[in-house]
Design a protein around this ligand. Structure first.
Ligand code: IVH
Length: 711
């Protein structure tokens, strides 16, 4: 349909048009690019811009046409509902035209919508309208027609008037009943609207398989769903595990052809009926709201909670609930006036892969990091994206200069979904993984190495000092010795000034010299000194973890520290001493033993001890004995907000003694949240999950008291 050259041209023009104010002369090109993006979205299943960007372009065209009505052409994208019709399936006409929804992006848009409804329906401004608010499923729209209780036909949206008949494919989707008791409510003929979806976990499996079979990856679950609906072989469709959520009865008549929909009186009643008949209907993430403010609050809440739903959603739909009011509002050529979509901030964006930097980690690991043209995703500017390892780059066939889709969802670290080879000019350069240290590649002998069982390349004989520097940075960091305020930039500076060359140097700093450094002063030197001194009495596990011994993580450090009185015992530990600890394997045993066999390491550790760093087991290192009456046995717990009667650390220790496991974030795995003063987003999130037991500090302490842990 489009040549690569054309695709590239349209894409560049898109970027240009998104940025600038458009003139009369641009109108033809604007139509061409809108047509192109409609094709990418509906037919090619491979959109290269977000819905948000499409809407901006569409609105630009609408306003130009308003200004210059003489320039409107009958084939302008504004003159028709876009189409996903293909030639592969028979075409069928929908029983009622399938409109789309007006999009809104802000609270103000929704308030305007509410005002407009009241105006259209002649309702007083101070009366609260009932809104059904539900997820805007990001899948592929379908219609289902039932005649005399049997599924008669299923179709895609098509151009809104006609769609592709995909009945055989619908019959393999379990959430579409083949027979449903519409006649119980005198309905002889019904048309339903719904969204065909692929669950997020299922989608990951499908793309994984495609990757293995060398097929192009789907950009997202929507494209996968829409592609699946249009497969020729229904048996293959069945394997895709599609679900259909039915969210509207768009047409219902009785035996005489008279309306049979009004009897439900409201949208929610009609949906409850569908549920009774065995359809999958919107439930999770829906709410019947009184008034627009409640609807707005719920939309915002769901924007934060979207990750918790099994399906992708790209916004919420706000529908006037009462049919009577819906009818008074009516519709435009394109949209019903009684419903509106509230679109979430886009989580994906297309940008350019400019460079790949190869970073050296504290174990000598080489991590490729993509430097992309900065782009806003869900409200955050993304500049760098980890590419993990060589295999990731090869599998995704990433090339410098490629247009790539970047995704950033919730708290998930941004990642590159795929490149867009159809936009290549031929100038793109395949990314080459270095064979030598990326920092100091003059030593031709020092090749990077890779172990069979691992995906990462390592620089094992670091001569440039980068690995040591990374270890020092980790040593002071939060998960390491947690030296407050002593960040990466200080370490780098002191390293460059030769003030810190090994870990022991942190505990023997020349504070007079520091106070004289540019940007420091007596005050900062004093702060550093206090933080360093505080870290000297850290528990033993912190010291172990902060040594950056390969495979030795926080958990293993804690387990080892439970077993020893002093760090020096490890000098004589044998493999069995390590592996006899449950959850510690031979790899940790090997690397820790090896570390303690090097004279250089021992002498650094000795110096640290001399400078006052604790090398003995502390109270915190000792295994916690869970009390008999363990109230929180096997529960996960999290504290948030300011506690007033105990410190957070004390609370965590008490919880551990009562059998709980402290975890750091609110997720589905959290059982108990204890809230102190000024609790914020964690509380909100936990409430939203609905599965977390929420206690006040006093309620928590009451349980601890009952377990006999405090008086
Ligand atoms: S109601 C008259 N409810 O969003 C239109 N649509 O442009 C009534 N969509 O492709 C639509 N979730 O398929 C409605 N809960 C929901 C929806 C929903 C997704 C889709 C719809 C259409 C698009 C609107």
């Amino acid at each position: 349909m489009y040549t690569t050259q054309q695709e590239k041209g349209y894409f560049n023009l898109t970027l240009d048009f998104l940025k600038k104010d458009l003139q009369k002369e641009d109108i033809n090109n604007l139509r061409l690019i809108l047509n192109y993006h409609e094709w990418k979205y509906y037919i090619n299943d491979n959109p290269v811009i977000s819905d948000y960007e499409y809407d901006i372009l569409f609105k630009k065209l609408q306003s130009l046409e308003e200004k210059y009505p003489e320039l409107i052409t009958p084939d302008s994208p504004t003159m028709r509902v876009s189409s996903d019709l293909t030639e592969d399936f028979p075409t069928v006409t929908h029983l009622s035209p399938m409109l789309s929804l007006e999009n809104s992006y802000s609270e103000d848009d929704l308030k305007d919508f509410d005002k407009q409804i009241k105006k259209l329906a002649g309702i007083d401004n101070d009366i609260q309208i009932e809104y059904s608010v539900e997820p805007k499923y990001d899948g592929s729209t379908m219609t289902l027609v039932y005649e005399n209780d049997f599924l008669a036909r299923a179709a895609t949206r098509g151009n809104g008037i006609e769609g592709d008949d995909i009945t055989p494919n619908a019959k393999v989707i379990y959430t579409i009943p083949l027979k449903a008791g519409f006649s119980s409510k005198t309905i002889a003929k019904a048309e339903l609207r719904g969204e065909a979806l692929i669950r997020k976990d299922q989608f990951a499996i499908i793309n994984d398989k495609r990757l293995k079979n060398g097929l192009a990856l789907f950009a997202n679950a929507r494209n996968a769903a829409s592609g699946s609906l249009r497969m020729k072989d229904s048996l293959e469709v069945k394997k895709r595990n599609l679900s259909v959520v039915s969210y509207q009865i768009s047409f219902a008549t009785d035996n005489n052809g008279d309306d049979a929909l009004k009897q439900f009186e409201s949208h929610t009643n009609s949906i409850a009926f569908l549920k009774e008949l065995g359809f999958k209907v919107p439930e999770k993430g829906t709410k019947l709201c009184k008034g627009i403010d409640e609807a707005i609050d719920f939309c915002k809440e769901m924007e934060e909670k979207r990750e918790n739903l099994p399906f992708e959603i790209d916004g919420m739909v706000i529908k006037v609930n009462r049919f009577e009011i819906q009818e008074k509002c009516g519709h435009t050529m394109h949209h019903p006036r009684w419903a509106i979509a509230f679109k979430f901030k886009a989580q994906q964006a297309v940008t350019t892969l400019e460079r790949v930097e190869f970073q050296v980690g504290r174990f000598g690991t080489i991590t490729p990091v993509a430097k992309i043209t900065p782009v806003q995703i869900a409200g955050v500017t993304v500049r760098s994206v980890s590419l993990h390892n060589e295999e990731f780059i090869v599998k995704k066939d990433l090339r410098l200069g490629d247009k790539v889709i970047v995704e950033r969802a919730g708290e998930v670290i941004p990642y590159i979904v795929k490149s867009l080879p159809e936009l290549r000019t031929g100038q793109e350069i395949p990314v080459r993984f270095p064979q030598q240290c990326p920092i100091n590649n003059t030593d031709k002998e020092a090749l990077l190495t890779k172990e069979e069982s691992e995906a990462a390349w390592y620089c094992n004989n670091c001569v440039c000092g980068k690995v040591d520097l990374q270890k020092l940075i980790f040593h002071v960091s939060k998960p390491g010795m947690n030296i407050d305020g002593f960040g990466e930039s200080y370490v780098k500076r002191f390293w460059d000034l030769d003030m810190v060359k090994d870990m022991s140097d942190f505990y023997n700093l020349d504070y007079t010299l520091i106070s004289e450094l540019e940007g420091f002063g007596a005050r900062s030197a004093e702060n550093i000194k206090n933080a360093v001194n505080k870290a000297k009495s850290n528990p033993l596990w912190r010291l172990l973890h902060s040594l950056s011994i390969k495979h030795l993580g926080k958990k293993a450090s804690k387990l080892i520290a439970q077993k020893i009185n002093s760090i020096w015992e490890l000098q004589s530990w044998q493999e069995e001493d390590y592996t006899s600890i449950h959850e510690i394997g031979p790899s940790v045993a090997n690397t820790v033993s090896e570390w303690f066999s090097f004279e250089k390491n021992i002498s650094i550790l000795k110096k640290m001890e001399e400078f006052g760093v604790n090398t003995k087991q502390t109270q915190e290192d000792k295994p916690v004995e869970v009390v008999e009456n363990a109230t929180f046995l096997n529960k996960t717990i999290l504290f948030t907000g300011k506690l007033s009667q105990v410190t957070r650390k004390e609370a965590q220790e008490l919880a551990t003694k009562a059998g709980a496991k402290n975890i750091g974030a609110v997720s589905k795995n959290l059982n108990v949240l204890v809230v102190g003063d000024k609790a914020g987003s964690k509380l909100k999130k936990a409430k939203a999950l609905g599965s977390v037991d929420i206690y006040t500090e006093e309620e928590f302490l009451e349980k601890i008291r009952a377990a006999g842990l405090i008086q």
